[in-house]
Design a protein around this ligand. Structure first.
Ligand SMILES: Cc1ncc(COP(=O)(O)O)c(C=O)c1O
Length: 295
């Protein structure tokens, strides 16, 4: 029987190990093997199946992080999900994996401000140029494409402005020009939007927010398709951007109530928007109202 998204959320870790409801927290740096033969066997398995959760050193993760990755891969409907120590780590990993000196990035104007600083200022020092497009006018995106464009970086809904973009159109433009795509899906989460299914190559979520849900953990996830998997895997290995087991445990636990919390957020937002819209002095930034204020 195929489980619904909500039922799967309730089961999460239980589907990937068969003891307690939540996975045990396995903390490790050194991993002990019975013999050299056993180490070699594990390394061979890891080479053969790089998404299989085989590890011989703690920096590669442990069974606790692996279970979270398996859950998120299912939620995202993606080839694989990398987990990082912060959401911004996932933003960095996505860009670092595919962009090289001389390349150009086209990014949505309302991206999260550190993403703006990273692309516009920091990467400029590495001869990487970023052009920003107007999320309400995708012609500005298409006009910005050059032979050097490597990546279109979307954030949807946009930070602070909460604007929604025509994601299908962005994907089709990117495919036409053979440009890679990444999206920051922190506010939507795969509960509302599955970007890899839509055709994006990479999808970022700051797990610090809705995944954890209790303001006591930092973390990020980067879902990928098969096309970019090897590039991201290589970048992840060399940067050491991997989530620790305690945070992985808390995020796994938080995920079980993701749907309940997001449903309530949506209902509350509706009520607040209805209340505020009665006040003529207030300009409302609420995308589901006809007169949504656009920047
Ligand atoms: C849209 C968005 N993306 C990424 C991040 C970075 O996430 P973190 O704070 O987990 O590093 C944030 C944090 O506020 C965010 O709002």
């Amino acid at each position: 029987m195929v489980k619904s998204f909500k039922t799967f959320l309730k089961h999460t870790a239980k589907d990937f190990h068969n003891q307690s409801v939540n996975p045990p927290v396995v903390r490790a740096s050194t991993i002990i093997f019975k013999s050299m033969k056993h180490i070699r066997k594990t390394q061979k398995k890891a080479q053969k199946n790089p998404v299989g959760g085989h590890y011989d050193y703690g920096r590669q993760g442990t069974s606790t992080t692996y279970i979270l990755q398996k859950i998120l891969t299912k939620l995202e409907d993606s080839y694989h999900v990398f987990t990082t120590p912060t959401g911004f780590g996932s933003v960095f990993l996505a860009i670092f994996s595919v962009v090289r000196p001389g390349d150009e990035i086209i990014a949505a104007d309302p991206v999260y401000s550190p993403t703006r600083v990273l692309t516009k200022d920091f990467l400029k020092e590495f001869n990487i140029k970023t052009i920003f497009y107007n999320p309400h006018d995708l012609k500005t995106l298409e006009r910005s494409i050059t032979k050097k464009t490597k990546l279109i970086f979307v954030e949807n809904p946009g930070s602070n402005t909460f604007d929604f973009q025509d994601l299908g159109k962005i994907v089709s433009i990117a495919k036409r020009y053979k440009i890679l795509t990444a999206i920051d899906n922190t506010w939507g989460t795969p509960y509302y939007l599955k970007p890899i299914k839509l055709g994006f190559d990479m999808s970022i979520v700051s797990a610090t927010k809705y995944y954890s849900g209790h303001s006591d953990v930092m973390g990020g996830s980067l879902a990928v398709n098969k096309k970019v998997f090897q590039k991201v895997k290589a970048a992840e290995k060399i940067t050491g951007l991997r989530l620790g087991p305690d945070d992985a445990y808390l995020i796994t636990r938080g995920l079980r109530t993701l749907d309940v919390r997001l449903d309530r957020h949506r209902e509350n937002a509706k009520k607040i928007a209805a209340f505020l819209s009665k006040n003529k002095k207030i300009k409302l930034l609420y995308p589901f109202k006809k007169k949504f204020l656009k920047f």
